[in-house]
Design a protein around this ligand. Structure first.
Ligand code: UD1
Length: 417
């Protein structure tokens, strides 16, 4: 099994180009199932989750060619409506094929995604909303068996809780339903805006009517298009935090700074100097890091996907900080490993109390989930010795060429078998 070796102390300097967004690519790839025309997608990140989604689409009959980071998808002969456990178990986003399969075939059998280290992550909100479009379903031996006897029929749906995945599944399904669907209390993450832009460009009739409500008029065909995926805002946020932790000086390129305004404001509050241009951010980390209290929230709040990384930064702050995790109940798996490196973090319910002025010590570590893994790298960059990070397959699910990108800006990091 591969591991990462990280030798501190590195002050990161130089520039990093941000890849395409994993979390925008996944629903857009699922939405291509609606099409019988060719779809060209550009700027896909080369990460494991995208490979898994491509395998899932191929298992459903999609013909897919990959040219560098561009994908040509041809679904004209796509014929299967069964998504197996093997392909859905490692990646919760597999459930996103349920909406488009029901829209296309009127029935589908899709494995429930497995449990997950960061929380129970049920799909009840997806299923409840789909049933309002006329879907009947049963859960038998870990599979959702769903069918829409009269086809999908537009409806008014208010999500009981803001869910990124459920909003995406329903936007895709309603795009092919008969009549008009109104979705209320939607997630408004930038990746959802990217999915909506993709669908509108393909000929779907979707309109934001209030901040969290969407009106969708079903269509029966979508057009051939070429679409570039947006940048990965979590990757961008991770490298911005890396610069702040290491007193670095980094240019983060290929991004749109206003999409991550919340993160920029927080980095300025803790003392980093942040300068924005149209498609780039320059960040200079400060020796003194100020403590701050943070809570994760749906966009435009602070993202749960950056909670582990900001926690490492707050360990270096001048005083105690607190972080409330409001999205996933168990998303503190990184805390035990960070404490092994010398952090003093205590958990009380969904709140972490983070003591400041910590000098991390190098250690052999275990990655537990995607974002937890990267937080261990960030901590390791500030230590004097060698750290070894095991189980980095979690990291490869979502960070493209992470050790290459970090090496280019001065980190001493390598992958070993
Ligand atoms: C997506 C992101 C993930 C991010 C999360 C929150 C992708 C592929 N993944 O995950 O990186 O951390 O948004 O920003 O885009 N919930 C239910 N029932 C449901 C659905 C969700 O109870 O049917 C709960 C979840 O357990 C969680 C909360 O709602 O507590 C939010 O989850 P959701 O927004 O759906 O996250 P994902 O779409 O899984």
């Amino acid at each position: 099994m591969q591991k990462l070796e990280v030798f501190g102390i590195s002050k990161l300097r130089g520039q990093i180009k941000i890849s395409g967004s994993k979390n925008a690519s996944l629903p857009i790839l699922a939405a291509t199932l609606l099409s019988s025309k060719k779809i060209y997608l550009k700027n896909l990140p080369k990460v494991k989750d995208i490979e898994t989604m491509i395998s899932l689409l191929k298992s459903l009959g999609s013909k897919i060619k990959l040219r560098k980071k561009n994908l040509i998808i041809n679904n004209s002969k796509q014929s299967k409506n069964f998504a197996s456990y093997n392909l859905v178990k490692t990646m919760r986003a597999g459930i996103l094929v349920l909406g488009p399969l029901l829209a296309k075939f009127g029935n589908a059998k899709v494995s429930l995604p497995g449990g997950c280290a960061i929380g129970s992550r049920p799909v009840d909100i997806h299923l409840k909303a789909l049933s309002k479009l006329g879907v009947k379903y049963k859960i038998i031996q870990g599979y959702v068996h769903a069918n829409a006897p009269k086809g999908l029929i537009g409806s008014k749906i208010r999500f009981s809780k803001i869910s990124v995945g459920a909003t995406e599944n329903l936007i895709i399904a309603a795009s092919f339903a008969k009549g008009i669907t109104i979705l209320k209390n939607c997630a408004i993450e930038p990746e959802i805006k990217d999915l909506v832009n993709f669908l509108i460009k393909s000929g779907c009739k979707i309109k934001w009517i209030t901040k969290r409500s969407i009106k969708i008029e079903g269509v029966s065909q979508i057009n051939q298009i070429t679409y570039p995926i947006m940048f990965d805002r979590i990757e961008a946020g991770t490298y911005l935090i890396a610069a702040a932790i290491t007193e670095g000086n980094l240019k983060i390129k290929n991004i749109i700074p206003k999409v991550i305004q919340t993160e920029i404001n927080i980095l300025r509050k803790i003392g980093a100097k942040v300068f924005t241009k149209k498609n780039e951010i320059k960040i200079i980390g400060n020796k003194k890091i100020k403590s701050i209290n943070i809570k994760t929230a749906p966009y435009p709040g602070f993202p749960t996907d950056l909670q582990a990384q900001i926690m490492v930064l707050l360990c270096k702050a001048n005083k105690k900080s607190s972080i409330k995790e409001n999205i996933f109940e168990n998303r503190f798996m990184h805390v035990a490993e960070l404490n092994r490196m010398g952090a003093q973090i205590s958990i009380n319910g969904n709140e972490a109390i983070v003591e400041g002025n910590i000098n991390f010590a190098s250690a052999e570590l275990m990655a537990t989930d995607l974002r937890a893994s990267v937080s261990l790298i960030l901590a390791a960059l500030t230590t004097k010795g060698k750290s070894i990070i095991n189980r980095i397959y979690h990291l490869d699910r979502g960070y493209e060429n992470i050790e290459k990108k970090l090496k280019m800006v001065g980190a001493n990091i390598r992958r070993i078998n």
